[in-house]
Design a binder for this molecule. Structure first.
Ligand code: FDA
Length: 579
């Protein structure tokens, strides 16, 4: 073992967390190396729901359009259907993922981006290609084995799986983005709370033209109540669209105490036939794999110079579609902090804010995803479908809802309510967008926390209070219409102010750290013709918001301030860890 390769940041893993960390770091000009165990990127669809916040991150990193071009668009995602099989009886639908007209309006008001369905095997190449084009050095078939760290950096030992030899990579920082069985997190001693392996599940990827059963109710998800569907798994059988309407992924549970089934092609085909319900449709099974439902999250995401992101620190079922989204957002939160610390602009203390900001999000999404599984049970309880003694009993219970009796009317009402309640899984706009950070990299402005006027899981509530993501409003610059979010990001701080905010602009320009300035008002570089910004900004025209490179408000001052220079310098000292 002789070779020592050097870099600023070593990233273990090329999944959504690792790939987006590499992309952000390379975009910011930070030298980085990605090592990844296998010879290819993800070869199965895996995560797919891509929420608005992630799309905003991808927009800032310059790959939004590529993702939009490849993804299934939002309008084909939204008829989440409950049925006895695709060819069988339909039990009800939820207009999901922003396709309910009222929720759609909320999506349009909240962000310049649209949710979409981007399967992981398509997402990873977009992220990795862009990262490599911007400077990331990528090593396939290279396995992380161990690391040591000292005051100046981290030395990782990796194995080249092609040649079989090991070598060392010396980095100033190490990012463990090595997924749900993270060795980096284990070696860094990051304690995980919660429990592992609560229920068993099988993923079956297959090709079949199911247009006849799906095109008239286009959706990403079709939930199937069939005999055995509530054993293990995610609460029901699931047929998930990978590519409309010919590529699919089935999720089917198994009894974890009995062990994973033998994943033969015959087994997979039998499950596919059961959930599709039409034996005449040709089916080609591509792959099957077993996994378990986890409910685990780390309380601490870092140890010294080692930082973990993604499934390495939060492990949960796919409900709510939060896995890849949260992983990408972790990386985006971390990357600019590493950049500023590596440049000597910020003190290493800034990096403490990574755990402070992202660990509560991780805990929240793990809990939410598992809660969503539990909330599927009432759909089946309404049909007496949870523990029928025989399949015949199950079908009889389902058929009973068509009776003219009062009991049947009650059953229908309960079913409608239980299905509508699944909005917490399929329309949890607040879970996607209401993140509020409290850390050393946020300067409170002394205003009391207003809380949320509506259910914070279902509804997004914009706020410019420090710790919230900058509210989106359409503004103009000449003939161009752009989002307020388009004025921030690109690895630098941004100060937003309006007419009368000259002191803030001067103060921003006088700081050592790069701060872009955005003045919004009549006759200024940016205008607010709809008045949206004035309604959302929560500051007066002459007040100021200092927005971090990740789009979160770090400092807010409601009005003009003759001592703007001092106030801003103080705030930056705190944010950058120098206080
Ligand atoms: P991810 O697991 O994607 O990536 C880890 C990376 O680390 C990989 O590139 C791996 O090769 C690499 N690696 C691991 N150990 C290494 C080592 N020692 N050395 C070098 N490299 C190493 N989610 C969802 O929402 N819907 C779904 O249907 C599914 N389905 C699904 C199926 C399967 C089979 C898996 C494994 C996962 C899912 N998921 C999912 C979960 C989703 O894929 C997950 O939340 C995200 O991929 C997490 O992204 P990360 O980048 O954190 O880890």
């Amino acid at each position: 073992m002789s070779t020592v390769v050097e870099t600023d940041v070593l990233i273990v893993g090329s999944g959504p967390a690792g790939a987006s960390a590499a992309l952000a770091l390379s975009t910011y000009g930070v030298p980085n190396i990605v090592v990844t165990r296998y010879a290819s990127l993800a070869d199965t669809p895996r995560a797919h729901i891509t929420n608005q916040r992630t799309m905003e991150v991808l927009r800032d990193l310059g790959v939004e359009q590529e993702v939009v071009a490849q993804a299934t668009p939002q309008h084909l995602m939204g008829n989440t259907t409950f049925c006895t099989s695709l060819a069988g009886e339909e039990l009800g639908r939820v207009r999901s993922w922003g396709n309910d007209p009222l929720v759609q309006a909320e999506h349009e008001l909240a962000s310049p981006t649209r949710m979409c369905d981007m399967p992981q095997h398509l997402m990873e190449p977009v992220l990795v290609n862009a990262a490599v084009a911007r400077g990331t050095r990528l090593r396939f078939e290279t396995e992380y084995l161990s690391h040591t760290q000292d005051a100046d950096g981290v030395t990782a030992t990796v194995r080249d799986r092609l040649r079989g030899d090991t070598y060392e990579i010396r980095a100033k920082y190490l990012i463990g983005a090595d997924g749900g069985r993270s060795r980096v997190a284990e070696h860094a001693g990051l304690p995980m709370g919660g429990q592992m392996g609560g229920a068993g599940s099988v993923n079956i990827v297959f090709e079949a033209d199911l247009t006849r059963y799906t095109a008239h109710r286009p959706s990403t998800l079709y939930w199937v109540l069939a005999p055995g569907a509530t054993v293990g798994g995610i609460g029901a059988g699931l047929v998930r669209c990978v590519r409309p309407w010919t590529e699919w992924l089935i999720v089917w549970g198994y009894d974890v105490d009995a062990g994973a089934p033998d994943l033969t092609t015959e087994y997979a085909e039998e499950i596919v036939r059961r959930l599709v319900g039409d034996d005449d449709i040709p089916v080609t099974v591509k792959s099957s794999s077993a996994w378990t439902v986890n409910e685990m999250y780390a309380e601490t995401y870092a140890s010294g110079r080692v930082f973990c992101a993604g499934d390495a620190v939060h492990r949960h079922p796919p409900s709510n579609g939060l896995g890849s989204n949260t992983s990408i957002q972790d990386a985006y939160n971390l990357a600019w902090k590493l950049k500023l610390v590596l440049d000597g602009v910020a003190a290493p203390k800034l990096l403490d804010s990574y755990t402070a900001e992202r660990a509560p999000v991780g805990r929240q999404i793990v809990t939410r995803a598992n809660q969503s599984i539990r909330e599927t049970a009432p759909v089946f309880e309404a049909l007496d479908g949870l523990s029928p003694q025989t399949p015949e009993q199950l079908w009889a219970n389902i058929a009973a809802r068509k009776d003219t009796t009062e009991a049947a009317a009650k059953q229908r009402a309960e079913l409608r309510e239980a299905i509508a309640f699944k909005a917490y899984e399929f329309n949890a706009h607040g879970v996607d967008l209401n993140q509020r950070y409290a850390s050393g990299a946020i300067v409170p402005d002394g205003t009391p926390d207003p809380g949320f006027a509506r259910d914070p899981e279902l509804y997004h509530q914009p706020s410019s209070r420090p710790g919230a993501r900058l509210p989106h409003a359409w503004i103009t610059s000449g003939s161009r219409t752009l989002s307020t979010l388009d004025t921030v990001g690109r690895g630098r701080f941004t100060l937003l102010t309006g007419i009368g905010g000259e002191d803030w602009v001067r103060a921003a320009e006088a700081q050592e750290v790069e701060i872009a300035t955005v003045v919004i008002g009549p006759g200024q570089e940016y205008e607010d013709p709809y008045g949206d910004w004035a309604r959302l900004s929560e500051i007066s025209d002459a007040g100021a918001l200092l927005v971090r490179p990740d789009g979160f408000v770090a400092f807010r001052h409601a009005s003009a301030a003759p001592d703007a220079g001092e106030l801003l310098a103080d705030a930056l000292r705190t944010i950058l860890g120098h206080a």
